[in-house]
Design a protein around this ligand. Structure first.
Ligand SMILES: Cc1ncc(COP(=O)(O)O)c(C=O)c1O
Length: 393
């Protein structure tokens, strides 16, 4: 199945944003992919619950906010072409116990996804990814005229490893989004390692981009990062972001970790194309964020899991079982077109995500807000879907 860019464009929903509180740092562009065709990201009116863009609704921790305040109070730095890339690269390398040559910064992981697509696909070497998945790589490949091959998911909405291996033969790049956006499903570490092995024998020239954007939200026990594989194998790259569990989507910081040879290729492209990663606020904040101890992400995972369990149960109790979600959003068979659901929710003050073909006639993606927001949101969902809500009674 081929993906068309027009299709991506037609799937874009309403713009997303946040009230002007400290939470603005947590709000990004996810729901406004290809925003040139849609209203751009803007602050949502007060009182509107925005659960459309897979963000951390709480925002960054105190240490990060304090570092931003200090930077603003310092005055001079934002006025300079100040560069904190080395400090951030070292902080990331220290966190993963790798060398700085294994790390490449990006303006969000979006930049990493685009650079990898640019470097590893061509007119004759396709991009391969699931349908649906996060659209950045496919959209960019189509923009530069490189072919895109879409692979259907398994019946339980997971990456179909065997189909992926078959489709990827001779491909330039596989986009392996795990957990996958929008389905929130996750393929365990063991099956993923087997996938790498199969790829090495059937298509050794193909690069695999493992997108671990939602890594910190996974609770499946068969869970581990594929950074160690990427360090050894020049054909595997891991993309990470500060936009999700770290609550910094608006600060636009992401990175790749990989083999020095692979990182070098990506770095050369970024330097040659003049892509800047030098946002002083984002880099300062990310340096502090990655230096926090692991309790920050553990607490965020715990908070999100409680909200996820509550929301999943609400849907399941009403006969609308979500997929086995392992992220800060869920994909639910609401049995009715997403657009009508979205419009009706919006009229009642709740913003949910855009359409995700080929499931737009039945499924909605619901990002998870705070518990309080979700208790209010399910009341709206109950009204819109004609399912009585008990949650917020
Ligand atoms: C799977 C996935 N990868 C990458 C991104 C891009 O994130 P950012 O550019 O904010 O790091 C997103 C955004 O929602 C995503 O869902």
């Amino acid at each position: 199945m081929a993906l068309s860019r027009r299709k991506f464009v037609s799937t874009v929903g309403i713009g997303a944003g946040a009230a002007l509180t400290s939470n603005i740092w947590a709000r990004g562009r996810e729901n406004s992919v290809w925003s040139a065709f849609e209203p751009s990201l803007e602050a949502v009116e007060r009182g509107v619950i925005c659960i459309a863009s897979n963000e951390n609704p709480v925002g960054p921790g105190k240490a990060v906010l304090d570092s931003l305040r200090k930077l603003l109070e310092g005055g001079a730095k934002p006025g300079r072409y100040s560069n904190q890339a080395d400090q951030l690269t070292e902080a990331i390398a220290g966190h993963f116990k790798v060398k700085t040559e294994n790390v490449l910064l990006g303006e969000g992981s979006t930049q990493i996804l685009r650079s990898a697509t640019q470097i590893f696909t061509s007119k004759t070497k396709a991009l391969v990814g699931t349908i649906p998945t996060y659209e950045e790589c496919a959209g960019y490949a189509e923009l530069i005229g490189h072919p895109v091959k879409g692979v259907s998911l398994t019946p339980d909405f997971k990456i179909d490893i065997d189909r992926m291996v078959a489709a990827a033969k001779g491909a330039g790049l596989v986009f392996y989004c795990n957990p996958n956006n929008p389905t929130a499903t996750y393929v365990g570490a063991k099956a993923t390692r087997e996938f790498f092995q199969k790829m090495a024998s059937t298509s050794p020239e193909t690069t695999i981009l493992v997108d671990e954007a939602y890594f910190d939200y996974v609770t499946d026990p068969d869970h581990e990062t594929h950074v160690p594989v990427a360090l050894q194998n020049p054909r595997v790259i891991v993309a990470r972001t500060f936009s999700k569990a770290y609550g910094m989507a608006g600060l636009r910081q992401g990175y790749a970790i990989g083999h020095p040879e692979t990182i070098k290729k990506l770095r050369e492209w970024e330097q040659a194309s003049g892509v800047s990663t030098l946002n002083v606020f984002g880099m300062a904040a990310a340096t502090v964020a990655i230096g926090q101890d692991a309790t920050f992400t553990a607490n965020e995972r715990k908070r999100n899991t409680a909200v996820r369990d509550f929301t999943a149960k609400w849907f399941a109790d009403r006969g609308m079982k979500p997929t086995d979600g392992q992220a800060n959003f869920m994909f639910v068979n609401i049995g009715t077109p997403a657009r009508a659901f979205r419009d009706a929710c919006r009229a009642k003050g709740v913003m949910v995500a855009r359409d995700f073909p080929p499931f737009e006639k039945t499924h909605a993606r619901i990002s998870l807000g705070t518990m309080e927001e979700m208790q209010k949101a399910v009341t709206v969902f109950g009204d819109v879907l004609g399912k009585k809500s008990t949650a917020a009674a």
